[in-house]
Design a protein around this ligand. Sequence first.
Ligand SMILES: [Zn+2]
Length: 258
Amino acid sequence: MFFVSEAYVLNKEKYGEYDLLVELLTPSGKILSIAKGAQKSRKRFTNVLEEFNLIQAHFRRKLKETIPILEVADLIYIPENLRKEYSKFVLFSYINEVISKLSYPRLEVEYFSWLKKFLNFVNEVFLEDKPKVKFLKVLKAYFDWNFLKFSGWEPQLYFCVKCSKVPQRLYYLSPSSGGILCINCKDNQSFLVIKEVVEVLRNFIKMPINLEGFLKIVSFPELETITNIAEVFWSYFLTYEINSLKILKEALSNGKVF
Ligand SMILES: [Zn+2]
């Protein structure tokens, strides 16, 4: 059986003496495939199977159970700046590792096209030196928050998770409850945030990928709160160790993102 799909290269590793094991993200989910002879004869796959590339992948599968063979891969898009700019590289290394380790059970086509747009945006965007760290923090939080949505863990931000009342002024965010709590239902693990922060978080999930929107959040006075909340919620659901998260966080805290 043959099938063709657009695919995003998550990672690759040596498989035996000659082959490569390539993990791809496609509109119908992740696919682990074998590129035969890709270690030795590079002709067919010259620079195509590099991580972050978008390709048109031609697969062959003999039996349903076996890993498909990647027969041909044509380049669609190379995000060159991701390889040249350290900040973009660490961000996307983190993103690739997250996608590789976690599954997102729903909205696969939607998710794939969202990621493609995000990849293109990050690759093309020009980051000025000064707000670069802040900008990168926003991009990370945006990814984290949206990945929660695509994983089916979208926090409830409109009414109290326990009693369904809409809080008037005081919002208590609780990762373990999966959203906001009102003043009567708050527990030890929830933390108080102002309404403006909740509004930005709500918008964060609906917001399309665009420079203006990101810049608004970069200049939002509570930027740190936003990025911390994304992180707190995200790490609550994260059951795997993400190695590249440490590198990304180091880069962000040192300001060494160049
Ligand atoms: Zn309540």
